[in-house]
Design a protein around this ligand. Structure first.
Ligand code: ZN
Length: 156
């Protein structure tokens, strides 16, 4: 049973605002409905942590028209998948790619430009994860999978 927490969560000393965003997405993941007849359908997993996600996308005119992500894993991987699901809906492949690149840089601890900061919005919450290097893979799992799958799809 999870009890009400008083700072003793598994996320350690992550910034409170960031933690609130992560927990919100973890508890109520966005866009989890199955996508009918998806153009992209892939499974990603991180065996080190046991994170597994099923990502489905509908792509129209080089943009994501519908997205569904389901799965399970640690709080970071689930929150990250939900943030991704929220971000990509309606976005062009180029925008998705820019967001994925920005998230990667954020998690590496690189400087984020104002432009990238705008793309990221709530996603900057994921930046708190870089304090926990073993979780970076969890945070990037669905992002890298989706980005690669989208690129492959558009080549066809
Ligand atoms: Zn994980």
């Amino acid at each position: 049973m999870t009890s009400g927490n008083s700072g003793a969560s598994s996320l350690g000393d992550m910034d409170e605002l960031y933690e609130a965003i992560i927990l919100d997405h973890y508890r109520s993941p966005r866009n989890t409905a199955t996508v009918e007849d998806p153009d992209i359908d892939l499974e990603v997993n991180n065996p080190f942590c046991g994170d597994e996600f099923h990502i489905q996308l509908k792509v129209e005119n080089d943009a994501v028209s519908q997205v569904g992500i389901t799965g399970r894993g640690c709080a970071i991987s689930q929150a990250s998948a939900s943030l991704l699901a929220e971000l990509v809906e309606g976005k062009s492949a180029a925008d998705v790619h820019a967001a994925v690149a920005a998230v990667r840089r954020l998690l590496k601890g690189e400087e984020i430009t104002d432009e990238e900061s705008e793309i990221l919005g709530d996603l900057e919450a994921l930046g708190g994860v870089r304090k926990f290097p073993v979780r970076i893979k969890c945070a990037l799992l669905s992002w890298i999978g989706l980005d690669d799958a989208l690129k492959d799809h558009l080549k066809k």
